[in-house]
Write a protein of this length. Structure first.
Length: 305
């Protein structure tokens, strides 16, 4: 058990105890807060409370956080993850291509492997990393996880407040301008719910900027700076701008899918090569880079010939 002391601000006077905890203590849903209170895990002045107790403001809660539950998938086997940064709040790994981020069927996921290879974690009562952003199965590169509930809340806040800088490298067909910015609506394709598109009206927006790093034979190596983090965003926006990502089987053209470099790569040519965010412990910048994986280098070498 870990004891956490939480002061109650005067401005929340009259709020129910269970609702206060679910709103102000990271990692607690309303259901989880009620269960902990009913189990005697929350005290005020040393006394147990009821979930419906009204707070008057100024008191201090003593919360006994139970030990996190072990994952039933702790025995799942997979590759050893390359760790780019590790501290008491944050772990950043270099995700290999072909590995899903979250558990899916019997296959190993990044979460399973990280929980087994780099403990401890304690997020939402489980001994598992906290997920705030994701990469597609086929996309490689920098991926950050939180170790604790407060760290997960801080990491989410950093993303929401645009304090995180994510850069990708991608190989695209065509001749894009040296610099470009793509911005517009973003929604599921009404004709195919697996896909997303910028071509239908939507309140959601998607924005990115790109720069040509190298011009190749009928293709280009781009550095992409994401302003928003929509699902499939880079692949969708570049494809609909006329520069499909090599090897992209969902949004790419036939030429992008069948290109010899795409065949050599065997997946979509997308790599999250750089991530910068404030340290969840000190606020100082944390900067990491993930080297281009071998399959991406192979495709790039083929295009340079």
């Amino acid at each position: 058990m870990a004891l956490q002391k939480v002061p109650v601000p005067h401005e929340v006077a009259g709020e129910r105890l269970d609702r206060f905890i679910s709103k102000h203590v990271p990692g607690f849903s309303l259901e989880r807060a009620r269960a902990l209170i009913e189990a005697g895990g929350v005290r005020i002045r040393g006394k147990k409370c009821q979930p419906t107790r009204k707070l008057w403001g100024g008191e201090e809660l003593e919360i006994e956080r139970p030990e996190p539950r072990a994952s039933p998938r702790s025995s799942v086997e997979g590759p050893t993850l390359t760790v780019l940064h590790d501290d008491a709040a944050l772990v950043i790994v270099d995700k290999p291509p072909g590995l899903v981020v979250e558990p899916e069927g019997r296959a190993a996921s990044v979460i399973d492997l990280l929980a087994a290879q780099r403990p401890p974690f304690d997020v939402e009562g489980q001994a598992l990393p906290g997920v705030v952003h994701r990469l597609d199965r086929e996309t490689s590169g920098c991926l950050a996880f939180a170790r604790t509930d407060p760290a997960a809340a801080a990491l989410l806040r950093a993303f929401q407040e645009k304090q995180v800088d994510k850069r990708y490298w991608t190989l695209v067909l065509g001749h894009p301008p040296e610099h470009g910015r793509l911005e517009g609506p973003y929604a599921r394709n009404p004709q195919d719910p697996r896909r997303f598109t910028t071509k239908v009206p939507s309140a959601r927006r998607a924005a990115l900027s790109f720069e040509v790093r190298e011009r190749l034979d009928g293709a280009a190596l781009l550095e992409v700076d994401l302003d928003t983090g929509r699902t499939h965003q880079i692949r969708v926006q570049l494809s609909e701008a006329g520069f499909p990502v090599l090897g992209d089987t969902l949004y790419g053209t036939e030429a992008a899918r069948e290109h010899p470099a795409a065949k050599a790569l065997g997946r979509q040519a997308l790599h999250a090569f750089s991530l910068e965010l404030p340290s969840l412990l000190t606020g100082q910048p944390v900067r990491v880079q993930a080297e281009l994986p071998e399959d991406f280098q192979r495709a790039l070498a083929l295009l340079r010939r």
